[in-house]
Design a protein around this ligand. Structure first.
Ligand code: MLT
Ligand code: MN
Ligand code: ZN
Length: 303
């Protein structure tokens, strides 16, 4: 299978348009080792011809344009993009759906609460219905679906609702991770860009995986507060700011990774506060020592 990292930044991208922090300023200047990053998304294919997007960021038009495998053709309006799999309903993962409105027949897969949110609180589904008949299909925990040779299984990982849907019903499958298997080769990729904690099912989800893309929003639990000049929250390591499990600190994901060798661990969805954005940082070094990495936008994995 081929997998292209379309974007690796959290909501707002990097640099973020309204942020004057040191890292954003470095990226804006084009400093070496601090590349700009679009908002999180991935494209996968088993056969080079039929591609599925995982999440649809508002940066999608630029991400598609930067990815030769996703170029239109051979017919005038043909596209190799067959569908979109959503991990959640957050704006950074769904705004791009509007920008795909020229597609006549896309399939959108998402957990049920996400489809409901996109029908009600953020009614993108209804708006898109006026442009094209897409099919919107709920994904259910542990029920694999096959999309052009890839077997995809959703695992609920958190109940984090977007702020715009704060009054919607609670549920444990607002956010899922996807296990993507190519049965022809037995190779497995896991995509988990939004984790509120290390899920109980994560070992099952990642069993035998060749590569795992996981939530790298925050390096430390306190970095967001620190940047805003607020004191770090008490017991910072154990908290999950904005519903994102930090990389380091007690209960952070890096300690789990250190214990789980034999998998390629790749952090994505990096917030603009995350020191890992600087390739020359000692934080990157610490990551490498624990067996994890950060890759640039546009990187293609052959799995
Ligand atoms: C998140 O990942 O927590 C959200 O995308 C935050 C946001 O709305 O930008
Ligand atoms: Mn996000
Ligand atoms: Zn910034």
């Amino acid at each position: 299978m081929r997998a292209v990292l379309l974007g690796t930044a959290a909501g707002g991208g990097f640099p973020q348009w309204n942020c004057a922090c040191r890292l954003c300023a470095s990226a804006r200047r084009g400093s070496p080792g601090v590349p700009a990053r679009g908002q999180d998304g991935l494209a996968v294919s088993a056969d080079d011809h039929n591609w599925y997007l995982l999440n649809a960021s508002p940066d999608l038009p630029a991400q598609l344009a930067a990815t030769p495998a996703l170029a239109p053709g051979p017919g005038l309006r043909d596209t190799p993009v067959r569908g979109v799999l959503l991990t959640d309903a957050e704006l950074d993962h769904t705004l791009g759906l509007m920008l795909l409105r020229g597609a006549p027949d896309l399939r959108v897969y998402a957990p049920e609460p996400v489809i409901d949110a996109l029908s009600e609180a953020f009614p993108v589904r209804g708006l898109l219905d006026s442009y094209a008949e897409w099919s919107w299909q709920p994904v259910r925990a542990g029920e694999p679906l096959t999309v052009h040779g890839l077997v995809v299984t959703a695992y609920p990982v958190s109940g984090k609702r977007p702020r715009y849907a704060a009054s919607a019903a609670a549920g444990d499958d607002w956010v899922v991770a996807y296990r993507i298997e190519d049965p022809a080769t037995g190779r497995v990729l896991v995509y988990a860009p939004c984790l509120a904690s290390w899920p109980d099912t994560f070992d099952e989800l990642t069993a035998g995986a060749d590569a795992v893309l996981l939530d790298g929003t925050f390096f430390t639990a306190g970095e967001l507060a620190e940047q805003a000049g607020r004191p770090a929250p008490p017991g910072a390591g154990a908290t999950t700011p904005m519903g994102h499990l930090p990389i380091t600190g007690p209960g952070g994901s890096l300690d789990r990774i250190r214990e789980r060798t034999g998998v390629r661990w790749i952090y994505t969805h990096l917030n603009n506060t995350n020191p890992l954005l600087d390739a020359g940082s000692p934080h990157r070094q610490a990551l490498a020592e624990a067996g994890a990495q950060v890759l640039d936008d546009g990187t293609e994995l052959r799995i």
